[in-house]
Design a protein around this ligand. Sequence first.
Ligand SMILES: [Zn+2]
Length: 282
Amino acid sequence: MPFPLRPSLRSLFAVCSLLFSNAAAMAGSSIRVNLADGFELPVGQGTGEGYYVFRGFTPNAHMGEDWNGRGGGNTDKGDPVYSTANGVVVYSAVYGRSWGNLVIVRHAYREGREIKVVDSLYGHLDARSVRLYQLIKRGQKVGTIGTAHGIYNAHLHFEIRKNIQIGPHQRNFARDYSNYFSPRPFIAQLRELQAGNSVLVPVDTFAGQGGEIAGADSKRPGIPTRGDSFAALAKGEEAARKKRKEDLDKLVEENRRRAAAMREEDMDSFWERVRKKMKKQR
Ligand SMILES: [Zn+2]
């Protein structure tokens, strides 16, 4: 229904709705991390020594590198896997049958005048030694080489991702250089970087598959199939999003109704109350 609002009042409503929707968008959080002072290989104490890549990065086929111990077979099972750079853990959980124990670390680094953010991924781990949101340093152990519950000969699947929204569920993202780096050339180029500063990086960016399940990792719920756990998470997230939107719409509509019914002299105190309420919400 139309409201006979004066222009000034209408613009106030616009600001009001904008502030509310910003508050909702700010629900996503960020964490301060130290800039990477360089990137290194995830095995062989940063050098890769004693290991080799038996399957490399191939667009539309294999989005990372498979690192194997020179001893062959499962001789590398239980060997330490190290973080490629300083960063924050944005995922640490069992995911699906084929990822097994999975860790994803987010890194910020300086390239010229720009700050860039990438994720490194460590798959099929035998054990994880970091938890969600933990700040870690280059060369810090994130877990050990594993077999993804006996599916593979022990090896590390290692990825570097330029798109930080991919998460464990890669299917909906282009499998090429638009979303991924080829790990070894990437690391070779960024071995040594200017360190010192810290920056805020976003976390909880894996819509429908991130944070919350990783936080529940102590439960170790057997080996869910990838499809099942993703569907359940997506459903929960969708319901929460719908509820947030409904609450927001209700609040805005209620304010609109009350303002329309009010006399001129009540306006100042009304907007004062709205402002206070908004401050509380944020
Ligand atoms: Zn692989």
